[in-house]
Design a protein around this ligand. Sequence first.
Ligand code: G3P
Length: 216
Amino acid sequence: MKLFLDTANVEDIRKFNELGIVDGVTTNPSWISRDSKGRSFREIVVEICREVKGPVSAEVVATDAKGMLKEAREISGWAKNTVVKLPTTFEGLKALKILASEGIKTNMTLVFSANQALLVGKLGATFVSPFMGRLTDAGYDGVQLVRETVGIYRNYGFRTSVLAASFRSPREVTEVALAGADVATLKPEQVDLMLKNPFTEAGLKAFLDSWASMKK
Ligand code: G3P
């Protein structure tokens, strides 16, 4: 399973990229605005694309297909590894169909049902982004959405990669990996939580205490 970072913070991207675990990056208008520090959308995306070799998703803000297509074609020209993120609406699907025929990579976002994912797969998106956490927050089973999407895509041989998004706990990373998700996109602090384990820390401390008490 690939790991993407869900952030527009270049320092965080650099930190994990040095470790060699960043296969790509996803951004959204909220992350871009939070980390803009006076830079333009384009400047931020280009900087991230230089830092990371893998796909970097950048989202359109138009809500009509014509406007989405204009923004998508611009974004796709900013760097070789940009992926255009589009909302999963009727207009988003119209834009997706045309972009797929032009060979422009797409990430269909804000997916909250397996039926939306099915439509996205039929139209040949590069990635589909089921937003698990927001469903979980509302009392539904967010991971089930990923299971259903993976199952449907396998049944019909859809080539769209399932990019599990909007995590709420490290356990969900294990669950979507078992479900066969192609990618998990995580906020930087969530990658830290994947590694952090009190038993590892306590075990290491015990080993080091034993070692310190020994005559050298
Ligand atoms: O990739 C999903 C992310 O952009 C949204 O996550 O935590 O706001 O639901 P969250």
